[in-house]
Design a protein around this ligand. Structure first.
Ligand SMILES: *[C@@H]1O[C@H](CO)[C@@H](O)[C@H](O)[C@H]1NC(C)=O
Ligand SMILES: *[C@@H]1O[C@H](CO)[C@@H](O)[C@H](O)[C@H]1NC(C)=O
Ligand SMILES: *[C@@H]1O[C@H](CO)[C@@H](O)[C@H](O)[C@H]1NC(C)=O
Ligand SMILES: *[C@@H]1O[C@H](CO)[C@@H](O)[C@H](O)[C@H]1NC(C)=O
Length: 389
């Protein structure tokens, strides 16, 4: 295990860490009063360990040993004086959803810089919360498992997140975030359990991660720039989605997003761009989806600009979101529906610069189909189904 952590430390992009041993300014949550067993509330112990690390003028490490630690909704706030590494061997478990409060968050980092989390499991025990929502009773608003707001230079590596109430990992208004080798697990039908949600953030990379959940594996919201996703395994879930965008009239667009060397297995969508059928100044541009294998995916390639759930707020309107410069290259595999490629673009803002290259998607060993509305672009190489673009 120690060896494993050593490898992690070496792989850190923050060089100062390499020269600090864990015994230097190390804060074990147990010495602040945390108790394993999953029954004793350890929230204050975690917050005290954080406060000590945050005050430290040298790089410090917070250590969570093996065992199960009950932590209620907690805010880990910066700015801090130096870099903080959080090494987790144990599992952090959430309290009963009724005692989580209505903040919408479980583990929340605000205004931090140079924080790295290694290992650990977050078990939000979301099943009771989902059951409450399904029953139609009034339920709390629910909590995202781990959120970073206004955080820069963050690493999340080797973390496992199980059964979030809502999204598992949220990156909001951040710069330079590396998510590596995370594992995200929730059942197929668990409501709104997005895997990773990125919004208002620049320079996020998500690599080597396995995501199976009840909503989007990765959802990409307004104001996302320079997002790199590689070696992602998605499914079950709703796929990797840019959107929904354009709900608001004035909204930041999404640009420079790449997904490469990834697989989708049994998900509802593969790569999706989705926008509300409402007026908006938002946009999606410079997007690349390449080297992707689809296995039994319902809609492997889809642009849906007519999103208007329950026909409320936007009947008979068209999306103002401008979708342009989207490349689909080397995408192969099987579709669970005949409609393997759907471009349902806005009548007022047709999709432009759509490029299809080397696509082969089949439906039950038959030809799949592609549908096009309001789309302009080019194709090259073999494109199956024969594209209407
Ligand atoms: C696009 O994003 C990548 C990271 O995903 C970055 O390396 C590159 O510089 C960005 N390109 C532009 C033009 O900003
Ligand atoms: C495209 O959008 C229109 C309008 O919402 C809808 O009626 C149609 O079914 C969609 N087509 C596909 C292939 O999803
Ligand atoms: C939308 O358009 C359809 C067909 O033109 C029409 O029957 C319906 O009344 C319209 N709905 C609204 C809310 O304008
Ligand atoms: C597309 O893939 C199918 C299934 O793997 C294969 O049989 C077929 O030859 C491929 N078509 C082309 C044009 O490469």
């Amino acid at each position: 295990m120690a060896r494993l952590f050593f490898t992690f430390i070496i792989s850190l992009f923050l060089t100062p860490f390499i020269f600090t041993t864990p015994s230097n300014a190390a804060y074990n949550v147990v010495s602040f009063g945390a108790k394993s067993g999953g029954q004793t509330d350890s929230t204050q112990a975690f917050l005290k360990a954080w406060a000590a690390a945050c005050r430290s003028t040298t790089a410090s490490t917070i250590y969570v040993p093996k065992g199960s630690f009950l932590v209620k909704a907690a805010v880990f706030r910066g700015p801090c004086k130096s870099t903080i590494k959080i090494m987790i061997d144990g599992t952090i478990v959430a309290p009963d959803y009724r005692s989580m409060g209505n903040s919408g968050y479980w583990i929340l980092f605000i205004d931090v810089d140079k924080v790295a989390i290694f290992g650990g499991t977050l078990d939000a025990k979301g099943a009771a919360y989902w059951a409450c929502r399904r029953s139609g009773k009034s339920c709390p608003i629910g909590a995202r498992s781990i959120t970073f707001n206004w955080a820069n230079n963050i690493v999340v590596s080797g973390l496992t997140s199980i059964n979030s109430q809502l999204s598992h990992l949220v990156i909001n208004s951040c710069k330079n975030v590396a998510v590596r080798n995370v594992k995200i697990i929730a059942p197929d039908q668990s409501p709104n359990t997005d895997g990773i949600h990125v919004q208002g953030s620049t320079g996020v990379t998500i690599t080597g991660s396995t995501i199976g959940t009840g909503d989007d594996c990765i959802s990409i919201g307004p104001g996302t720039r320079n997002l790199w996703m590689e070696h992602i395994k998605c499914g079950p879930g709703h796929g990797i989605s840019i959107g929904s965008l354009g709900k608001d009239k004035k909204e930041d667009g999404v640009q420079n997003v790449t997904l490469t060397n990834s697989v989708f297995i049994g998900s509802d969508n593969g790569v999706r761009i989705k926008s509300w059928a409402r007026p908006s100044n938002s946009f999606v541009t410079n997007i690349v989806f390449r080297n992707i294998v689809m296995t039994r995916v319902q809609y492997p390639i889809i642009v849906d600009q007519n999103y208007c759930p329950n026909n409320q707020g936007c009947p008979n309107q068209s999306s103002g979101v401008k979708v342009s410069q989207v490349t689909y290259r080397n995408i192969k595999g099987t579709s669970r529906s005949q409609a393997a490629m759907i471009f349902n673009c806005s009548s007022s803002n047709p999709c432009r610069g759509i490029r299809l290259q080397d696509i082969n998607l089949t439906y039950m060993n038959k030809a799949a189909t592609s549908t096009c509305r309001n789309v302009h672009g080019t194709r090259s190489g073999v494109v199956v189904p024969r594209s209407c673009v």
